[in-house]
Design a protein around this ligand. Structure first.
Ligand code: NAP
Length: 455
C-alpha cells in the first residue's frame, strides 16, 4: 500500500497490506493470547500501558513527524494530539482498577450477590485517520486494560501511525498475540466484518458505521459506533467580548482543517452582534498561516484526503447559488497537495448543504438568528447528535439551550474538546455507545451476575 504525503502528493512509503490469510492468522493468535492476558491482574496490564505512555512521550517528536507526513496535520497539532492523548493513560492508571473491581451488592446471612466484569474476548477496532491517537486510545487502551485482545485496523491514511502503536505496545510488554495491527483499506475492513470477533468498535463516517452495524447485526456481539457530526455553536448577544468569541469559534471550526468529529460546523449569531462577530471572525480566519504542515508555525495544512476537495467545492457552490455571501476563501489552492482555502460563508440558512451535511473541512456557514427559541429549533434541525455549544455570559440562559439539545456532549463557553473524565458518545447518526470515563471501560467488559448461597 502506498502512503501519500497529502502536502506534496509524493509517495513517502510503501507498506505491505495484510491478506485475508494474514488476517485469519492474526485473529487465531489473538484468540489464544487473550486467554492468558485476561488472567493477568489489572495492575499488570496497566503497567504495560503506563510503559507505553512513557515510550510515546520519549519518541513524540519522531511520532509527530510521522503523523504529519501521512495526514498533513500541522506539526504543532500533531504534537498537541500526542501530548493530549496521554491523559487517557493517566486517567486509566488512576481509575481502571476501581472500575473493573468486582462489586458486592448484597451480603446478607448466607446470601451473596456480586458482579464480576469479564472481558469480551477479541475485539476489532476499525479506526479513523483524523485524530488517530485520541480515537485509537479511546478504544484499544481501554480494551487492553479490561483484558481483551485487540485487532486494530488504522485507516489507510494513518497506517504508519497504526504500525507505531503496535511497535510501542509490544515494546511495553503487551504480548504480540494480544495486540495486532492489520494494514489495508476498506476491503480489509470488510473482511474483518466477515470474521469472528467478540465486538466491533468503530470510529469513522456515518455511512461506513451504518454499513458495519447492518453487516454484523446477526452476530449479536457488541457494536459501538463513534461517527460524524454537524455540530452547532450559538453566539448569544450577551457575550462579554465579541472579538474573543469570534477567535474561539474560528479555532473550533478550523483546528485540524475542520477535520474533527466535534469541529464547529455551523454557527448561529444573535442579530445584535452579527455584523461585529462576522467581521472579527473573517479577519481571524484570513490571518491563519497556510502552508507546509511540517513548519511549526503552520495552522492550516492540506486536507488528508483529496476526495474531500470535491465535497467542499460542492457545498460552497450550493450555498452561493442559494444566496450565501462568500467572505473568505472558496476554492482549492493550485499546486501540489490537497490544499483548500479556509472559507467563510455568511447569510446562510438550512436550505444549504453547508448547514446540514457534514463538511469535514475548512469551511463554515454563519447564520443570523433573532431569538433563543429560533436558535434551539435550528440547532436541533439535524440528523446528527454529537455536540452543541453556546457562548453566553448568562449561565441560566446557556443551560436552557443546552438542556434542550439532543447531543451526547454540550459545551458552555468552549467547544471542540474531549475530556477523559466524561463519556464521549453520539446520538442519532453520530453513533451508539460511549468511550472514555468509567462508562468507556464498561464498553469492553460483560457483567456476570453471581447469586451465591452458602448452605
Ligand atoms: P471512514 O471513511 O468511514 O473510515 C473509517 C474506517 O473504516 C477506516 O479504517 C476505513 O478504512 C474503514 N472502512 C472503510 N470501508 C469499510 C468497510 N466496508 N468495512 C469496514 N471498514 C471499512 O471514516 P474516516 O474518513 O476515516 O473518518 C472521518 C469520519 O469519522 C468523519 O465523519 C468524522 O466525523 C468521524 N469521526 C468521528 C469521531 C467520533 O468520536 N465520533 C472521531 C473521529 C472521526 P480505510 O480508511 O482504510 O478505507
Amino acid at each position: 500500500m502506498n502512503i501519500i504525503n497529502p502536502a506534496t502528493g509524493a509517495i513517502i512509503s510503501t507498506i505491505k497490506s495484510d491478506t485475508r490469510e494474514d488476517l485469519n492468522t492474526k485473529l487465531a493468535n489473538l484468540r489464544q493470547g487473550q486467554k492468558s492476558w485476561a488472567k493477568k491482574t489489572v495492575e499488570e496490564r496497566l503497567n504495560c500501558i503506563k510503559k507505553y505512555g512513557e515510550l510515546i512521550q520519549e519518541n513524540k517528536d519522531k511520532l509527530a513527524h510521522i503523523l504529519t507526513s501521512e495526514t498533513g496535520k500541522p506539526l504543532q497539532q500533531s504534537l498537541n494530539e500526542i501530548q493530549g492523548a496521554q491523559n487517557r493513560v493517566t486517567h486509566l492508571s488512576q481509575n481502571a482498577k476501581q472500575w473493573l473491581a468486582p462489586e458486592v451488592l448484597v451480603h446478607k446471612g448466607t446470601t451473596l450477590e456480586r458482579i464480576k466484569y469479564e472481558p469480551l474476548g477479541v475485539i476489532a477496532n476499525i479506526s479513523a485517520w483524523n485524530f488517530p491517537y485520541n480515537v485509537g486510545y479511546n478504544v484499544f487502551l481501554y480494551a487492553l486494560v479490561a483484558g481483551n485482545s485487540v485487532l486494530y485496523k488504522p485507516s489507510e491514511y494513518a497506517a504508519l501511525t497504526g504500525k507505531q502503536f503496535e511497535y510501542y505496545l509490544h515494546q511495553s510488554g503487551v504480548p504480540k498475540d494480544v495486540f495486532q495491527c492489520v494494514i489495508g483499506d476498506g476491503r480489509l475492513g470488510q473482511q474483518i466484518l466477515e470474521s469472528k470477533v467478540d465486538g466491533y468498535f468503530f470510529t469513522g463516517s456515518h455511512k461506513t458505521g451504518l454499513h458495519i452495524y447492518q453487516t454484523v447485526a446477526s452476530k449479536m456481539v457488541p457494536v459501538q459506533l463513534e461517527l460524524g457530526g454537524k455540530d452547532p455553536l450559538y453566539v448569544a448577544d450577551d457575550v462579554v467580548d465579541v472579538k474573543q468569541a469570534a477567535i474561539n469559534a474560528a479555532e473550533g471550526a478550523f483546528y485540524n482543517n475542520g477535520q474533527s468529529c466535534c469541529a464547529v460546523e455551523r454557527i448561529y449569531i444573535a442579530v445584535g452582534i452579527y455584523d461585529e462577530f462576522v467581521k472579527a471572525f473573517t479577519e481571524e480566519v484570513k490571518s491563519y498561516k497556510i502552508g507546509d504542515p511540517s513548519d511549526l508555525s503552520t495552522f492550516i495544512g492540506p486536507l488528508t484526503r483529496g476526495e474531500q476537495l470535491k465535497v467542499l467545492k460542492d457545498q460552497i457552490a450550493d450555498a452561493i447559488a442559494k444566496g450565501a455571501n462568500l467572505l473568505s476563501g472558496g476554492k482549492a489552492i493550485e499546486g501540489k497537495g490537497y490544499y483548500f482555502e479556509p472559507t467563510v460563508l455568511a447569510n446562510c440558512n438550512h436550505d444549504m448543504k453547508v448547514m446540514v451535511e457534514e463538511s469535514f473541512g475548512p469551511i463554515i456557514g454563519l447564520q443570523k438568528v433573532d431569538s433563543d427559541e429560533e436558535v434551539i429549533e435550528l440547532m436541533l434541525d439535524t440528523e446528527y447528535g454529537l455536540t452543541s455549544a453556546v457562548f453566553s455570559s448568562n449561565e441560566e440562559r446557556a443551560m436552557n439551550i443546552l438542556d434542550a439539545m439532543n447531543t451526547g456532549t454540550v459545551y458552555w463557553n468552549c467547544c471542540d474538546r474531549v475530556s477523559p473524565n466524561l463519556p464521549w458518545s453520539g446520538r442519532k447518526n453520530s453513533g451508539i455507545g460511549s468511550t472514555l470515563s468509567s462508562q468507556g471501560i464498561r464498553a469492553f467488559v460483560q457483567p456476570k451476575a453471581y447469586h451465591l448461597r452458602k448452605t
